[in-house]
Design a protein around this ligand. Structure first.
Ligand code: ZN
Length: 664
């Protein structure tokens, strides 16, 4: 082992003499932020190739070690391997989502197969597995702490899921499948980005602005046109049609599941999640779908009343009924009539900078976190801003970057990722990305209520990453089962519109006036407004995802017929479509949420149940906040999610909390 290490360091020294690839050394920047100013596109592929070579050598050293396998010389050594590769992929795969120029897309396409093959080379290496397996079989007798056990289990499971137990022929096929899947999923993302940009070009409305535009568009014919264009993205029979991609991916996923001994991809994917199996998820989703649709039908009645007024006024053709393209528009009308709340009234109080400060201040109140704006730090785009986060005692927590404005090279939606993962001795660098209104010459970025909630949500993910106190990177921060990962994010949404929280940040962008009580009361009253629709479209997308992944064959399958049948079976009504239709369901075809979209609702049971404790004890209660930090936010995936949750809550989650929270 020692000998190999010496060889390695010579190799690295030689490289640093002859090359100036910034990925080859640790970032010599404040707080370890990637040195974006030094990174050029030509650096990525050589860094990936070198990173792969280095990690191969590190794994060869683990295998060559003649000492008996121990947690330290196998698992820990692996956790510490691949530093260069980790640095370059963290940057490349973040930027490729938030600033995907065409040249960068080409680099990603070149990089993906290299990484897919490398990852298979590790996870299908029988000698490496033999060492891990020896440890795994003796896991209870090694004197490991809980985090170490979780790391070992996760590593072992990685091998099993990659088909380590298969014969050589099946292993070869698995490699081919993985390679093809990674490329197809990337292509799906690129096609969708092109479709999104085409939509924006046609209507002058970006995909992220679509819901807002639909709510205010008075021209019914234009709404219909926009809805149809929006809901047929990826389904236009042009060069960016995603239907064939989807079917190809499903065929490969099914084949992979079967090779590994599962009936369907859903069985395979759910085996190591909190839910455990597809049946549990299906039952859970249908228990939500039924009350949600019932509520949605009541909402339609309210909206029809408003539409009938328009019919009387001659604005809409006689006999018109609420159609899917009417929902956002008439929901907004009902909201104005029932609650006298107009988003144009609230927006001036939600300037992006104030909302961001609001969530920062909330974490100061709950956990004593302190923030300092960082000037002159390296950023990958001028819209990016950075903040240093410190704990109440002044110790460094990490860095949060925010990148909130849309651009054509950024995919839609909002998300959090790490540029640097937390591990023992390393504080993380995290980014929150969004697509909020870009400031203009005379107006700052003003957020809708939905966007305020999104900003709080993503900051919850950021906190999960920032506050992490794990030893090993593979279980740090948000590296938890997917159906647990939305708890820290969704719980933050609960604070966003609490009166005392609003008073701290919702100030008029021109006058500085705090949001008036009367508006706060209206926002509160609308808290469960339109939840029939929102819950239905979310549950419908979750069920659609499950139906795709519960397939055991795609032979002769027509994807759109399949989708229509799935929607009919789940009891979806004509006025609502799934939040994502299959052809633009990036979460499941290019985002790693396959058989996992249910996670948002699943985690909502946890977040609503958790927040009920705050409501009982006080929303700023220090003890409850500290317990949530210690038992959930700091723990990452270092223990079983349900155990972490119970330690915080002192009980199992109450499944009724979700329906109560949504007023269903
Ligand atoms: Zn989330």
């Amino acid at each position: 082992m020692k000998k190999t290490l010496v060889t390695l360091s010579i190799v690295m020294a030689a490289i640093s003499c002859t090359n100036k690839n910034p990925f080859f050394s640790e970032w010599d920047t404040p707080y370890g932020i990637p040195d974006f100013g030094q990174i050029e596109e030509k650096h990525y592929i050589p860094a990936i190739e070198e990173g792969i070579r280095q990690q191969e050598a590190e794994i060869a050293a683990i295998i060559a070690n003649t000492d008996a396998p121990t947690f330290e010389n196998v698992v820990e050594a692996y956790e510490n391997s691949g530093a260069v590769l980790g640095r370059v992929t963290a940057v490349l795969f973040n930027i490729s989502e938030s600033d995907a120029t065409e040249s960068l897309q080409a680099i990603v396409e070149e990089a993906l197969p290299l990484i897919s093959v490398h990852s298979d080379n590790i996870m299908m290496n029988p000698e490496f597995f033999a060492k891990v397996d020896v440890l795994f079989k003796d896991i209870e007798n090694l004197g490991l702490n809980q985090e170490q056990k979780m790391v070992l289990k996760k590593l072992h499971n990685g091998f099993v899921k990659n088909g380590i137990a298969l014969n050589a022929e099946d292993q070869d096929r698995m490699r081919e499948i993985n390679l093809e899947l990674s490329s197809l999923s990337n292509t799906f993302g690129n096609y969708l980005l092109a479709e999104n940009n085409a939509f924006e070009q046609e209507f002058g409305v970006s995909i992220s602005e679509y819901p807002v535009a639909m709510a205010s568009e008075q021209d019914r014919a234009r709404r219909e046109k926009m809805f149809k264009a929006y809901s047929s993205r990826g389904n236009n029979g042009n060069e960016n049609d995603t239907k064939d991609l989807m079917v190809k991916m499903m065929a490969l996923r099914i084949e992979k599941a079967k090779i590994l001994g599962y009936d369907t991809p859903a069985d395979m994917i759910l085996a190591d999640k909190m839910a455990g199996n597809p049946e549990t998820v299906d039952q859970f989703l249908s228990s939500i779908m039924t009350p949600a649709v019932k509520k949605a039908k009541e909402e339609i009645k309210d909206m029809q009343v408003e539409m009938d007024k328009d019919i009387k006024a001659g604005l809409v053709a006689a006999g018109s009924k609420i159609e899917p393209w009417d929902w956002a528009y008439y929901a907004e009308k009902v909201r104005k009539v029932k609650y006298a709340l107009d988003e144009e009234q609230t927006k001036p109080y939600f300037q992006m900078e104030n909302v961001r400060q609001g969530v920062f201040d909330l974490t100061t109140r709950l956990w004593g976190l302190q923030y300092e704006k960082l000037e002159n730090i390296p950023v990958y785009h001028p819209d990016v801003e950075g903040f240093k986060v410190t704990d109440a005692d002044g110790s460094l927590i990490g860095v949060i970057l925010t990148d909130y404005f849309p651009r054509s090279t950024k995919r839609g939606g909002a998300w959090m990722t790490n540029f640097v993962e937390q591990e023992l001795g390393v504080r993380p660098v995290i980014v929150n990305v969004g697509n909020f209104a870009k400031p203009t010459a005379d107006k700052p970025s003003l957020l809708t209520l939905d966007q305020v909630e999104t900003l709080f949500h993503e900051y919850g993910h950021a906190l999960h990453g920032l506050l992490s106190q794990c030893t090993y990177p593979s279980v740090g921060g948000t590296s938890v089962p997917r159906d647990f990962v939305e708890l820290p994010s969704q719980i933050m949404e609960n604070w966003a519109f609490q009166k005392e929280v609003l008073a701290s940040y919702a100030r008029h962008y021109e006058t500085g006036e705090v949001i008036p009580d009367e508006l706060v009361a209206k926002i509160e009253a609308t808290g469960t407004f339109n939840q029939g629709f929102m819950t239905t479209e979310l549950a419908a997308a979750s069920i659609l995802d499950m139906k795709w992944h519960e397939l055991d064959s795609v032979e002769g399958l027509d994807p759109m017929e399949f989708e229509a049948k799935a929607c009919a079976e789940m009891g979806l009504i004509d006025e609502i479509i799934p939040r994502y239709r299959s052809t633009y369901f990036a979460h499941i075809f290019s985002g790693g949420y396959s058989a996992g979209y249910y996670s948002y609702l699943w985690a909502e049971v946890l977040d609503k149940d958790a927040f009920e404790l705050f409501l009982q004890k006080g929303i700023f209660d220090k003890e409850t906040a500290t317990s949530f930090r210690k038992n959930v936010l700091e723990m990452g995936g270092s223990d079983e999610p349900m155990d972490l949750y119970r330690r915080f809550r002192g009980a199992d989650p109450d499944s009724g909390a979700l329906l109560r929270g949504r007023g269903l």
